[in-house]
Structure formats: C-alpha cells, structure tokens
Ligand binder design. Structure first.
Ligand SMILES: NC(=O)c1ccc[n+]([C@@H]2O[C@H](COP(=O)([O-])OP(=O)(O)OC[C@H]3O[C@@H](n4cnc5c(N)ncnc54)[C@H](OP(=O)(O)O)[C@@H]3O)[C@@H](O)[C@H]2O)c1
Length: 295
C-alpha cells in the first residue's frame, strides 16, 4: 500500500513527518471536504479509504497500522456497524495518535434503543473511552443528501418519496461540517472533550425542502409520504442492501418519534459565525446544475 502524505501540494513519504492528519472516508462527502481544507492550509494529510492511495478498510484491521503510522490526529468516519471503531481507537493510541475527531449524528443520545441510536452511541463510546483526546461532531441530516446522496436520484426522476410526514429537520450544510472539522483539527487541544451538535440555522420539513429545490431548479418536483416498508423496498430496488435500507427507513420512523428537530449552536461555537442556510445551499447546487433534467 501507499502511505503518501500531501503537504503544501507536494507528496512525501511518511518517515519523520510530524502532525499528520489521517482522514478516513476520504473519498466521501465529508472526508473529501475536510481533506481539501487541510491541504489548502498546508497541514500534512493522509487520505484513506478502500479506494484511496492509502488503503483503509474497516473490515481489514491488518492494514490499519500502516495507515496510522506517523499520524497525530484522525478524522473518523465510522462504519454503519461501528464495532471496529473500538479496536481502531486502541490501535490509534498504540500508534501515537493524540486526537480523534469522530463524525456522529445530531442528538445521538436521543435515539433510544433503535439500531441507529445504539450504533451512533457505540462509536461515540469507543472514542470517549479511548485514552486519547477526542472531539465528537454530531451532524444533523446533510443538505447535500439532496444532490450527492440518497435523495438525489429520486429528485432527478421528478420527486421524493419518504416515510416522513411534516417532521422538521435542521439540515446542516456539509461545507459547515467540514469547516468545523478542519477548525477542530487545527486546534485540537482547544476542542478536546467537546461534543458539538451541528445543525443548520432552522428546521424545515422534507416537503418544504423539496419545494425550495423545485423553485430554485425550475422543475416541478413532488413530495410523497410512503410507508417505511415501501421506502425500504424502493431503496433495495435502487441497489442498497436490505439491512442498510432498513437502517435508513428506521431513521425516519425515529425522527417522528423523537424530537430531534431542535437547532443547535455547534457551528457558531466553533467558527464564530452562523451556519449556512438551506436556501444558500439550494441556489448554489441549482446553479451548478445538480437537479437539471437529463436529456
Ligand atoms: N447523511 C447524513 O445526513 C448524515 C448525517 C450525520 C451523520 N452521518 C454519518 O456520516 C457518515 C458518512 O460520512 P460521509 O457522508 O462523509 O461518507 P459517504 O459519502 O457516505 O462515503 C463513505 C466513505 O467511507 C468509505 N468507506 C466505505 N466503506 C468503507 C470501509 N469498509 N472501510 C473504509 N472506508 C469505507 C468510502 O470510501 P471507499 O469506497 O473508497 O472505501 C467513502 O470515503 C456515516 O457514519 C453517517 O452515519 C450522515
């Protein structure tokens, strides 16, 4: 495997490198944004994932030590079943890592005994109980789910069908999540032992979100409420595994049951400014052609 670290635009071997940040999930929605910010700042960063130059696979602990070599901090995007994070934290400590920054979910302690809640809290426990300094970033649903993830294909096809009624969600912009992660990684001591709830500035319902996207993109988009079973079946038909599909569907059931629609001040606490609005996201993505009808 390669163990390359980019620093100020050039690539070096890791031998002797100080303060390397290992970025897990580096090809994903948050990881690639965090990585770009670290690189711009000139922080030595090592992108890792199954398809990255530094190979990292949660199901293959044999490769972890090489990825961790020389790292002093890690941005951790946990796997959906977070058992391996416990072992990873121990390996990170043994490798000399000082700080873990974990991506988690908004209100992780209010999701009860759902698989969703148990998984998020398990990953958080792994980090909190490690002997390392840690910071936990609890993000609400991402704005970019509408153009980079699970909601995108249905919108391109003309409408979103979810098992969610008029439940408000304080969607957060991934640029804010990445700004926060980069700020924490720049001053880890200042943010040690802190759990930040990261939300947008206001909660809006899924029908409202689709309406804003429809207006900005100039396309008539529909929102339909469906049952959790129908939604699971639709996700499976799109190619998602049955377990993952149930997991996503369960999230909507829990959102209706628990009240996690509150906004929080995590973005402002770390960055000293208000979080980006959903409207800002929508105009940016619409202008970039995110929901343009394909010929
Ligand atoms: N979506 C939301 O609204 C939301 C809100 C709050 C929290 N979260 C949390 O965010 C996390 C997902 O983060 P994201 O959106 O940045 O990622 P993402 O866009 O879903 O991408 C997943 C990343 O993980 C890597 N990956 C996948 N399987 C892996 C494996 N077995 N071993 C190692 N790496 C693997 C992928 O790269 P390769 O394919 O190259 O391995 C990719 O870089 C989840 O834990 C989710 O619970 C999501």
């Amino acid at each position: 495997m390669s163990n390359d670290v980019t620093h100020s635009g050039s690539t070096h071997g890791t031998g002797g490198n100080a303060d390397v940040v290992l970025v897990l999930g580096a090809t994903g929605k948050t990881g690639r944004r965090v990585l770009a910010r670290l690189r711009l700042r000139g922080t030595p960063a090592r992108p890792a994932s199954r398809s990255s130059p530094t190979r990292f696979d949660w199901s293959d602990p044999g490769g972890w030590d090489a990825a961790l070599r020389g790292a002093t901090a890690v941005y951790v995007v946990p796997p959906s079943v977070p058992g391996p994070v416990h072992e990873f934290a121990a390996r990170a400590e043994a490798a000399g890592v000082r700080h873990l920054v974990l991506l988690s979910g908004h209100g992780a302690d209010r999701w009860g005994d759902s698989a969703f809640g148990l998984d998020m809290r398990s990953a958080e426990d792994a980090v909190r109980r490690s002997g390392l300094e840690w910071t936990i970033l609890r993000a609400s649903n991402f704005n970019q789910n509408f153009d980079e993830d699970v909601f995108h294909a249905p919108l391109l096809a003309g409408g979103l069908a979810l098992p969610a009624g008029p439940v408000p969600e304080p969607f957060v912009d991934l640029e804010d999540v990445a700004d926060v992660a980069a700020a924490v990684l720049a001053e880890p001591d200042r943010h040690a032992g802190r759990t930040y709830e990261l939300t947008g500035p206001r909660a809006l319902t899924f029908p409202e979100a689709v309406e804003l996207i429809s207006r900005a993109s100039g396309r008539p988009l529909t929102y339909t409420r469906v049952s959790p079973d129908a939604y699971t079946a639709a996700l499976v038909a799109e190619g998602l595994g049955e377990e993952d599909a149930r997991h996503v569907a369960e999230m909507f059931v829990m959102m209706e049951r628990q009240d996690i629609s509150d906004t929080a001040d995590g973005v402002t606490a770390v960055l000293g400014r208000a979080p980006r609005t959903f409207e800002e996201y929508v105009v940016r993505a619409a202008a970039a052609g995110a929901w343009r009808q394909r010929p």
